[in-house]
Design a protein around this ligand. Structure first.
Ligand code: NAP
Length: 291
């Protein structure tokens, strides 16, 4: 693998894409390019081919994805095109160009029936179209065998776009009381922390002794339910809103979500010497930025 000098980040308008953009000044040694669907439409094979005929990179960080979990149950073909077929295409291009591919996947590849944090080689069994298409994306990369790091993450939030934290803040100001699910357990991920770790991982490949390809798990440290998460958002932002714990069965959604999707992060911490912040500490940082 050649030394990394040029980096492409897809999904520039997404949570992770925007979080990566804020870190560019910390890595002056790299030449970053950020693309949205206007320049590189992952739903369109011609757009991908056309873009990579004109541009080449040492590293592609694929932050673009079809992320509308419930809508994906109806838009199966589109979700598959973006989360699977386009990823396969990016892997082929990476292999041909001898580039490194860093791809982001999800805890929703698991069925949530475990009782202990999932490790990377635990059996997958996605319960939703989103989870199934994301898993197919992972498998396509592995089958093609390009140089790749796949990072599964969970419950991503940030000061950008739409996410649980921003929704809770909005609803918390409008309503006196909210019902939030307490029987889905996982760990939130502040996109800024994930972005920092992605660049640390990528950077390690410029030191041959450090970089290690493969599949990794990343979220913030700690564990909570969506109910705990909502309670913490209101406490840390001094929002007066009563949160009532409800069961998943009382809040039906088109897509089935895992009841338990805690990710074991030992591998990424060990391989890349990464310190991962506790979820509430990162939540406070995000809330400070939002207020
Ligand atoms: N959000 C979560 O809770 C979560 C949890 C686990 C894993 N992940 C994974 O983490 C990664 C980053 O997620 P995120 O939260 O940053 O997602 P996000 O905010 O929804 O951003 C996704 C980006 O993908 C872009 N995109 C969608 N379709 C595209 C297309 N056809 N061509 C090019 N770009 C397209 C979107 O563009 P537009 O802005 O133009 O729509 C958007 O900028 C994704 O791989 C996601 O699957 C997310």
């Amino acid at each position: 693998m050649p030394k990394i000098k040029t980096i492409l980040v897809t999904g520039e308008k997404g949570q992770l894409g925007q979080s990566l953009k804020t870190l560019v000044s910390e890595y002056p040694q790299y030449d970053f390019t950020f693309t949205g669907r206007d320049q590189l439409d992952l739903a369109c094979t011609e757009s991908i081919d056309d873009y990579f005929t004109k541009n080449s990179f040492d590293l592609i960080i694929n932050c673009a994805a079809y992320t509308a979990v419930d809508k994906a149950e109806e838009q199966q073909a589109l979700a598959n095109t973006i989360n699977h077929l386009a990823v396969k295409h990016l892997a082929e291009i990476s292999k041909k160009n001898n580039a490194l591919l860093v791809h982001i996947s999800t805890d929703y590849v698991f069925d949530g029936t475990s009782y202990k944090p999932y490790v990377e080689n635990d059996v997958t069994n996605p319960q939703s179209i989103y989870g199934k298409t994301k898993l197919k994306g992972e498998q396509a990369i592995q089958a093609i065998g390009c140089d790749a790091v796949i990072i599964r993450t969970s419950w991503v939030y940030s000061e950008y776009g739409n996410n649980f934290v921003k929704t809770m803040l909005r609803l918390g100001h409008d309503r006196e009381q909210l019902n939030v699910i307490f029987d889905q357990i996982g760990s939130p991920t502040y996109a800024a922390d994930l972005a920092t770790s992605i660049l640390a991982v990528a950077d390690s490949f410029n030191n041959e002794a450090e970089g290690q390809l493969g599949l990794y798990h990343y979220s913030n440290e700690g564990v909570c339910s969506w109910y705990d998460f909502a309670k913490a958002i209101f406490e840390l932002s001094n929002t007066q809103c009563i949160v009532s714990a409800i069961e998943t069965k009382d809040y039906p959604t088109p897509a089935k979500r895992p009841h338990y999707s805690l990710l074991n992060k030992a591998k990424i911490k060990q391989h890349f010497k990464i310190n991962i912040p506790y979820w509430k500490d990162s939540l406070q940082l995000c809330l400070n930025k939002l207020q």
